[in-house]
Ligand binder design. Structure first.
Ligand code: AOF
Ligand code: ZN
Length: 374
């Protein structure tokens, strides 16, 4: 096996293992680690581990412990990790220390840690004589850290959009009917998503039209309770809405540019207006992170809010649920509106992470482009 293929295989595996903790580690990254030894008849994987929860052991220490549990000595082996091993003392001791102590000969990682204190572990390893290389052989592993790196660099939450559409890109009929475009399997996917993010965001239009609860229901384990966020420029959200009425049980935030008041159980975030006259989405998201610690947001909004977020370059990821149905009505509601895009180059292009059929429908999982290596 070539070195590149071996690296891809190991880092792919590390990334897949790390995904198991999706929703349990924020605002820490998802990190996976595989320890392997090259043998005459191929590679032997001697330890696997991942960062399981915020505050818990780091992936490297989990993998080293796994190694020893299985009766292997990691000395001289190669450690593959999706993120550069940290060199700082946080809630956990530095991974570099554990790697050096274990006598690991080589470290291959997929992404540099951009943290001021945590980052730079590879230099520490090199100084201690541990060869360390950054590899982009596995796209899965490279992109795994996107949400974490986005928060560190851009000081805002990772933004995931979700919508259900027809083949011709409509999310509702001209009369606003949207339930249900896609089938029950897709609705279960949405509840699963809600159970893994810090906030679920809609506009006041969607809140008025659907009167949603936006809670995660029928999921095996709610990994985090999402705060419900309503973008409500004019302060029109009804005090009788399900969201306001249940704000005492499930955290609820109204982001407004108005002076409107709400019951004490609702947290109000007053922000300025953006160029399009509605709440400044860049300011709103930044403050959700810095003031409320919201690390990830699931956007379940309608066309105008999605258009604003797209325009501001704030959609990082999208789960698009497509039903094999055509409305063919120009007055039916489109996924996003409010932008002027006369040329194809004005479009926002995403890349597809995965496409899969679920029941009658298809789920497209897309990511923003260009969050490459650095
Ligand atoms: C790693 N391996 O598995 C993770 C890393 O407070 P702590 O000690 O948990 O440190 C959190 C920081 O460490 C986090 O911000 C990120 O920079 C890094 N996370 N590093 O080597 C891991 N989860
Ligand atoms: Zn670490």
């Amino acid at each position: 096996m070539t070195d590149e293929r071996r690296t891809k295989r190991m880092l792919d595996l590390a990334a897949r293992v790390a995904w198991r903790a999706w929703g349990d580690t924020d605002p820490n990254p998802l990190v996976g680690c595989v320890i392997a030894r090259e043998g005459g008849r191929g590679d032997e994987i001697i330890g696997i581990g991942h960062h399981r929860r915020f505050g818990g052991l780091h992936a490297e220490r989990e993998a080293l412990a796994d190694c020893r549990r299985r009766g292997h000595d990691p000395k001289g082996a190669t450690l593959y990790c999706t993120l550069e091993p940290c060199r700082h003392v946080g809630k956990q001791p530095p991974c570099t220390e554990a790697v050096i102590e274990a006598g690991i000969a080589r470290v291959v990682y997929a992404r540099r840690d951009p943290g001021h204190e945590s980052g730079g572990g590879c230099a520490v390893l090199e100084t201690a004589g541990v060869e360390s290389v950054c590899s982009d052989a596995s796209m899965l592993a490279t992109r795994l850290s996107d949400p974490f790196i986005c928060r560190v660099r851009e000081n805002r939450p990772w933004v995931i959009a979700k919508w259900a559409q027809t083949l011709d890109g409509k999310i509702a009929t001209r009369t606003g009917e949207s339930q249900w475009i896609t089938g029950p399997l897709m609705r279960r996917r949405v509840h699963r998503l809600r159970s893994r993010v810090d906030a679920v965001l809609v506009g006041s239009g969607t809140a008025a039209a659907d009167d949603p609860m936006l809670t995660a229901r029928d999921v095996r384990r709610v990994r985090r309770v999402a705060t419900r966020v309503v973008l409500d420029t004019g302060g029109r959200l009804s005090h009788d809405s399900a969201l306001v009425r249940t704000a005492g049980q499930t955290p609820t935030v109204v982001v407004t540019a108005s002076e409107a008041t709400f019951p004490a159980s609702v947290r109000v975030l007053r922000v300025g207006r953006g160029g399009d006259g509605v709440v400044d989405v860049t300011e709103a998201l930044g403050r959700l992170w810095t003031e409320l610690g919201v690390a990830s947001v699931l956007v379940e909004a309608g066309p105008r809010v999605l258009g604003s977020l797209l325009q501001a370059g704030l959609i990082d990821e999208a789960f698009v649920h497509i039903a094999p149905m055509v409305l063919g009505d120009a007055e039916a509601m489109s996924v996003a509106v409010g932008r002027t895009a006369p040329r194809l180059t004005d479009g926002r292009r995403l890349s597809v992470v995965r496409a899969r059929a679920l029941g009658e429908d298809v789920e497209l999982w897309c990511r923003r482009r260009g969050t490459g290596q650095s």
